[in-house]
Design a protein around this ligand. Structure first.
Ligand code: M6R
Length: 369
């Protein structure tokens, strides 16, 4: 069943270009238009939405954090993202004009299910983003956008995450398309860019040998930190989660702008720090800020592992290790930047002798509270 791969996780990492393409299939066309017929919430209702609330757990929550940037940018609707386990015990302010997006690979995560029930009781519409046909979360939602990652067996989520991101972008772009925003042209361009994204993921996968080698050389370390800004921040959180659950290492993700508010005190000689660098095109302020962050941590002894776009020369002098990813629009970068972090965690865990498909203490689907 592993089709020649040493683990399901490796197989599922390799399947990501196809998973991404399958999730886009039939939903975008060459003219830059989206059709999400299965989202059976009438356009008139979607036009009235005045708040989006995303609820999810773990890796799906990280997809939600990225969705916030996309939704707020392309639709100008305020978007909150909350851990389902926190949301359900709060007294959230929701009504019929709130669209709740529940993201879950399994469709059976108890906290996410309880959060969506809580939301529906208050009149909110719930759209599920789910990978498992006929599971409980989509059955209890008003509409569902299925991710087409295929079955994900490894406990650590990889291809499901990338397809959740694709689904989140589709929802954001679709809301923008239905409601009409000043970003209409950009939306059409991004829809076209999405059609090339599976190839970009494929390209990342062909360049992973140095990442594997680096991971093996760090197997004896106790801590790895991850930094990012903007959509790179949730990518950093996801990189850290992968390393915790697979390598059982202390790993933390930070917003790079928070460094000077505390975490920079952690930097010591030869501490590996992975930095996700946004594109130098587009929002160049973000890029310049993170280049100074890399300089700051390196001056304090960090060993910098820099994930940067092809052609970004500004990072070269400060990168002890440089991982290149293809150029994408800023908001889509997580689709390519996450892949090296998955490979890194999987290889490092294997080098430490851990069972990557079945990490200790974890279950694939958390159906208890
Ligand atoms: O099935 P779900 O997407 O609802 O699962 C949510 C989390 O339990 C899941 O993403 C978990 O964090 C993974 N083990 C991460 O790799």
């Amino acid at each position: 069943e592993k089709a020649g791969y040493a683990s399901f996780m490796l197989k599922e990492i390799a399947e990501q270009p196809k998973a991404v393409a399958d999730t886009l299939l039939g939903r975008i066309d060459g003219s830059g238009t989206l059709s999400l017929d299965e989202v059976r919430i009438p356009a008139a209702v979607l036009r009235e939405v005045d708040k989006v609330v995303v609820v999810a757990c773990g890796t799906a929550f990280h997809a939600g954090l990225i969705a916030k940037y996309a939704i707020e940018h392309w639709t100008r609707i305020p978007c909150e993202v909350e851990l389902a386990s926190e949301f359900r015990y709060r007294d959230p302010i929701l009504d019929q004009r709130t669209l709740v997006v529940a993201i879950s690979q399994s469709g059976e995560t108890m906290d996410t299910l309880m959060a969506l029930r809580h939301a529906r009781e208050q009149g909110a519409r719930v759209l599920a983003i789910c990978n498992t046909n006929g599971s409980t979360i989509p059955r209890e939602s008003d509409a569902v956008l299925y991710t087409h990652a295929g079955p994900e067996v490894a406990v650590a989520s990889t291809k499901a995450f990338l397809t959740q991101l694709v689904a989140c972008y589709l929802v954001a772009l679709y809301l923008g398309q239905v409601r009409g925003t000043k970003y209409g042209d950009e939306i059409r361009d991004v829809v076209r860019d999405l059609s090339g994204i599976s190839g970009a993921v494929e390209r990342v996968l062909t360049t992973m040998d140095p990442v594997r080698e680096l991971a093996r050389s760090l197997a004896h370390k106790n801590t790895v930190l991850f930094l990012g800004r903007h959509v790179g921040h949730p990518v950093a959180l996801e990189g850290a989660l992968k390393l915790k659950e697979l390598a059982y290492m202390h790993a933390e993700g930070f917003a790079a702008g928070e460094l000077k508010h505390g975490p920079i005190a952690l930097i010591e000689d030869d501490l590996p720090v992975v930095v996700v660098v946004p594109s130098p095109r587009g929002r160049s302020v973000l890029h310049d800020k993170i280049v100074s962050n890399i300089q700051e941590i390196r001056a304090r002894g960090a060993r910098t592992i820099v994930i940067a776009e092809e052609g970004d020369e500004a990072v070269v002098p400060y990168a002890d290790h440089l991982v290149r990813v293809p150029a994408t629009p800023t908001l889509l970068q997580p689709l390519v930047a996450t892949v090296p972090l998955q490979v890194f965690a999987c290889e490092l865990a294997t080098a430490r002798g851990n069972e990557v498909d079945q990490p200790r203490n974890l279950a694939k689907s958390v159906t208890v509270e």
